[in-house]
Design a protein around this ligand. Structure first.
Ligand SMILES: Cc1cc2nc3c(=O)[nH]c(=O)nc-3n(C[C@H](O)[C@H](O)[C@H](O)COP(=O)(O)OP(=O)(O)OC[C@H]3O[C@@H](n4cnc5c(N)ncnc54)[C@H](O)[C@@H]3O)c2cc1C
Length: 371
């Protein structure tokens, strides 16, 4: 079977029946993650030399976007897994890479901190040399899949010397790691995106991902392009899901006294047309960003900065339109639109937030350094 067919089967069998419960109960989509793991999707971007599928960002974007049409919570869990797995592929030990490739290991990013908030590139948490290893202390403010992942790609201040940060692979079973309750958010409610604390968590030198003090380079060069594209993919998939539901609703709902459907109203059709254009523009920018990255185009960094903000802000508009054209019906859970409307709100405040990206893009187009 083609991977897309397998993915469609997983979506039909697992995401569709559970998406509502995932949202209502704020429940981690464990069944979906398990089904994706068994079908090889957690090892999608792992090299074939360690047993993975050997695919790249384009395929990861396709998977995240397809999942997001039905369950953005699951899509964001997978997005974070691919971001962290990509760092581990580049800097991690072979044993962990093999675990991820085999689908036995879910990972995620633990960057944002209580002290530096959305400025994830500036961790205030510490890593101190002790004996033959290191000790981590941190207050992480948001970690998707907290308490559910097997490991965390973790940022801290450098142990010694210059540089903004150092990255580590922290095993989820490490003593001293704790999770602050259950995630009860507005949207992406299945994400288990809770704060985490590290108090005297021990790591070994072999758990360091890259050189001490070089975490910023990995964040900007390895994580940011992948996260920007996959976060945008989540927004694009979510818009597709909202449009599909909205079109279905307005086509099937009748004003019987007039003998016509909502889709017979030109106003409704015009709103949907605008939402379709906006969705396609965001999707086209995402495809262009992937092409820029693949061919090393001169405008690659500008596209990477643009794509997440463009898709996130467009998703706010498109889900707003979907709510409007479906009227009071969209307020109810049955239409499945208010869930996507709430889920859409996360991307614009996920770091780098849209407003931070606007500042970066403004600096880029006026020839100023970003930092
Ligand atoms: C569902 C969800 C899942 C998440 N998962 C993860 C995860 O897995 N790993 C992780 O590390 N983090 C994660 N995050 C955290 C996320 O990346 C951000 O760090 C977090 O949402 C920022 O919230 P805050 O309240 O700390 O923002 P603040 O930094 O307090 O920002 C508040 C407002 O100020 C604006 N602002 C801040 N600085 C500037 C600036 N320089 N210019 C203009 N405006 C500015 C922001 O845009 C925002 O509107 C997640 C967040 C959400 C919502």
């Amino acid at each position: 079977m083609e991977p897309t067919t397998i993915l469609d089967t997983i979506i039909a069998n697992t995401l569709v029946p559970l998406a509502l419960r995932t949202d209502q109960e704020g429940r981690f989509p464990r069944e979906a993650v398990q089904a994706l793991a068994e079908a090889g999707f957690l090892g999608l971007i792992s090299a074939t030399s360690v047993g993975g599928q050997g695919k790249g960002l384009r395929e990861a974007v396709q998977v995240v976007s397809t999942l997001a049409k039905t369950c953005p919570s699951t899509a964001m869990v997978v997005c974070m897994h691919y971001c962290a797995a990509n760092v581990i592929e580049q800097f991690g030990a072979e044993a962990q890479r093999r675990e991820i490739a085999a689908g036995r290991h879910l990972t995620t990013l633990a960057f944002s901190e209580a002290e530096s908030r959305s400025h994830f590139w500036a961790p205030m948490s510490t890593a101190k040399a002790e004996g033959d290893g290191f000790v981590l202390d941190a207050r992480k403010s948001w970690v998707t899949s907290a308490g559910e992942a097997n490991s965390y790609v973790w940022s801290s201040k450098p142990v010694a010397g210059d540089g903004a940060s150092t990255l580590w692979l922290v095993d989820a079973s490490s003593p001293g790691l704790s999770i602050a309750g259950r995630f009860d958010g507005l949207g992406l409610r299945g994400n288990a995106s809770t704060p985490m604390t590290a108090q005297g968590v021990r790591v070994n030198a072999s758990d360091r991902l890259g050189e001490d003090g070089k975490g910023f380079d990995a964040m900007m060069g390895v994580v940011l392009p992948w996260f920007a594209c996959m976060n945008a993919a989540c927004s694009v998939g979510l818009m597709e899901g909202a449009l599909e539901r909205a079109a279905g609703h307005v086509g099937g709902t009748r004003h019987q006294h007039l003998g016509s459907s909502l889709a017979d109203l030109p106003t409704i059709r015009a709103y949907l047309a605008k939402a379709r254009i906006k969705t396609d523009m965001a999707g086209a920018l995402l495809q262009d960003t992937l092409s820029a990255m693949e061919t090393g185009r001169a405008d690659t960094m500008l596209r990477v900065l643009e794509v997440k903000a463009a898709a996130a802000e467009t998703a706010l508009e498109v889900t707003d339109i979907a709510m409007r054209v479906c009227g009071g019906a969209a307020f109810r859970k049955e239409a499945g639109i208010e869930r996507l409307f709430r889920d859409a709100r996360a991307a614009s405040v996920m770091a780098p937030t849209s407003d931070v990206l606007y500042d970066f893009i403004g600096k880029a187009v006026t020839g100023q350094p970003l930092f």
